[in-house]
Design a protein around this ligand. Sequence first.
Ligand SMILES: Nc1nc2c(c(=O)[nH]1)N=C([C@H](O)[C@H](O)COP(=O)(O)OP(=O)(O)OP(=O)(O)O)CN2
Ligand SMILES: [Zn+2]
Length: 146
Amino acid sequence: MEGSRPQVYISRTESFSACHRLHSNVLSEEDNKKLFGKCNNPNGHGHNYKVEVIVRGSVDPVNGMVMNLVTLKDYMDQRIMQVLDHKNIDKDVLYFKNIVSTAENIVVFIWKQLEEVIPKDLLYEVKLHETDKNVVYYRGEMFKNG
Ligand SMILES: Nc1nc2c(c(=O)[nH]1)N=C([C@H](O)[C@H](O)COP(=O)(O)OP(=O)(O)OP(=O)(O)O)CN2
Ligand SMILES: [Zn+2]
């Protein structure tokens, strides 16, 4: 079609290691233990997280790219790796002072980190593998009453 360009999705994946403890400051010690079980261990536990960032856009007819993947690599290094790799998520990252460091909350945090550097219409999805079996996704969507 005249004037239209292919819309393509590109992604880059990085891995980071971090530790955390699932613990809610608004629940009692007993309720935390009951709710989070082994993940509430007071000394924490670690994960080798895998994070995939997907960017969607039209292919620039001049440079052939949706976005330079080297630029995406730099953004992921600055906004994800330097902040989370080899960190205690609950203690080293201020955002999690009163927010439980579930994979859901971590993926939203990563989105917020990236939306400060990647234009909203380009950033499409952040996918976080907490373990090989547990994966969460976020696309910047909000529930109206939540
Ligand atoms: N909704 C969520 N539930 C749980 C989260 C989370 O982030 N969101 N996190 C945890 C634990 O931190 C941990 O990630 C899960 O541990 P576990 O189930 O043991 O992980 P595996 O699936 O890899 O373990 P297997 O024993 O191999 O099945 C808990 N819940
Ligand atoms: Zn965990």
